[in-house]
Design a protein around this ligand. Structure first.
Ligand SMILES: [Zn+2]
Length: 473
């Protein structure tokens, strides 16, 4: 297998889209890349959809967007004729644990899996090598599903940052902070220090954003949560956490004398626009009012929540209150995929069923959550989440000629209920082409898969033959 190793900055030079738009007419502005004959689903304020349109990209940014006649003003050496395919903002995955991809299919159908299976599993197997290999697999799958920005929280996040950076993606990386010993920190202060080190290391990086990631409110002390709140203000850094996810969490928070996880977090000073919480299943009207008051972002992991049987997050109520909600896959042992696109139909179906209302959760709102909603939940809406002049060129192109995508009367309905991850054809992040015709250009796909298979074979050997026993295994 021929190895494909390109640097991201060199990609545009390596690609040939087989056409040169325009000649060197005087007065024409030079662009790096033009997407021509595009059906542009912009996800801007007006929800403009531009048929027979074009997108012009220079220096990593969108410099023009509109009907094809704008191309009279530009010339570019690289023109990608997308022949009517959907051109839209890349998906934002607001919560995942990429490295857990190598644990996929382990420990299914176990009650209280996190405490009975997952934490012991990680104590045995989560090390720097597992994180690097698992993250590479997770990033490869994310790219193939059209995710251009993702929020990861796990261990050895320095390695996660490196993999994301090398692959050319945009990422928020959160070192997990917990009261008890974790695979890479003996105590919470070690994980906090690792986070601070990452903040310094990536302070000027255009695509990698370290964050504080307390595992949850009940798996950290009040003192640690207060310290994280102060540090996130000091460094103006985001915080992300699992919140209001389980009955066990609610019981432990009640034992601390608080009404709910969200109310408890208010007492720690953590509720702010810097906070992004994943799950938010067990929240009532008073909690929703608090989330709105402090402008907290929410990640909605519908398939993980469904499979874990933990309940349906009241997302329609949150959206009605104007809370910024994005979508998330959670880790690949939970959902079990890393494709935000494959979450979309589940979001629609679960909420319609839950509310016994066919009008609930309309298709455009679902696509908005997967793109601009996630960007807002992350406080990055000035840079990503929609296709607008001045924003980062984080763009995916979706094949509209596949059998499952034919016909299309409504683009949002097609994206929610017809499209599959395999329909994502090309991906561009910060103006660089990351995937073309489903071939990922920034990673050696065969090598990533082989590494993960080798690691899973070693895990299986230890799990089943090496005397390591997990509950129910
Ligand atoms: Zn999670």
């Amino acid at each position: 297998m021929r190895k494909l190793q390109f640097t991201v900055s060199g990609l545009l030079l390596c690609l040939s889209f087989g056409q040169v738009y325009g000649q060197s007419d005087a007065g024409r502005q030079e662009a790096d890349l033009i997407l021509d004959h595009a059906t542009v689903v912009t996800m801007d304020e007006a929800y403009r959809v531009i048929e027979n349109g074009a997108v012009v990209i220079s220096d990593g940014l969108i410099v023009d967007i509109g009907q094809r006649d704008i191309l009279e003003r530009y010339e570019a050496t690289n023109v990608l004729d997308v022949s009517g395919d959907i051109v839209m903002p890349g998906f934002v995955n607001t919560h995942t644990h990429l490295a857990m991809s190598v644990f996929r299919t382990l420990g299914e159908d176990i009650a209280d899996r996190l405490h009975r299976y997952l934490f012991p599993l990680e104590a045995q197997f989560a090390d720097l090598e597992m994180v690097r290999i698992g993250t590479r697999l997770g990033v490869l799958e994310s790219i193939k599903g059209g995710t251009t920005t993702l929020v990861d929280m796990y261990y050895f996040e320095g390695a996660v940052a490196e993999v994301l950076d090398k692959a050319g993606l945009r990422g928020v990386v959160g070192e997990t902070i917990m009261t008890f010993k974790t695979p890479d920190a003996d105590k919470p202060s070690d994980a906090i220090q690792r986070t601070i080190d990452l903040i310094h290391q990536y302070k000027d990086h255009p695509r990698i954003f370290p964050a504080f990631a307390p595992h949850g409110p009940y798996t950290n002390s009040t003192e640690t949560l207060r310290e994280i709140a102060a540090l996130s203000e000091k460094y103006d850094t985001r915080v992300t956490s699992h919140v209001a996810e389980s009955v066990r969490e609610s019981e432990e928070i009640a034992a601390r004398g608080a009404r709910s996880s969200v109310a408890y977090l208010e007492t720690t000073g953590l509720l702010s626009s810097r906070l992004l919480i994943a799950h938010a299943i067990l929240v009532d009207d008073a909690d929703i009012a608090l989330l709105k008051k402090y402008d907290v972002g929410v990640g909605h992991c519908v398939s993980a929540n469904t499979k874990s049987a933990k309940g349906v997050a009241p997302v329609p109520a949150m959206l009605a209150r104007g809370i910024n909600v994005g979508l998330c896959t959670d880790g690949p042992m939970s959902g079990n995929g890393l494709s935000v696109l494959d979450e979309l139909p589940q979001v629609g179906k679960i909420h319609k069923l839950n509310l016994a209302d066919r009008e609930a959760m309309p298709v455009r709102d679902i696509v908005a959550m997967a793109t601009i909603g996630g960007a807002r939940a992350l406080g990055m809406e000035d840079r990503i989440g929609s296709l607008e002049v001045g924003k980062q060129a984080d763009i995916i192109i979706i094949d509209t000629t596949a059998p499952n995508m034919t016909p299309i009367f409504d683009y949002y309905a097609a994206l929610v209920y017809s499209a599959l991850a395999t329909n994502v054809k090309h991906m561009i992040v910060a103006g660089s082409v990351i995937m073309k015709d489903r071939q990922v250009l920034t990673m050696d796909e065969a090598d990533v898969i082989q590494e993960a298979q080798d690691l899973s074979a070693r895990i299986a050997k230890r799990l089943y033959n090496g005397g390591v026993r997990m509950d129910n295994n």
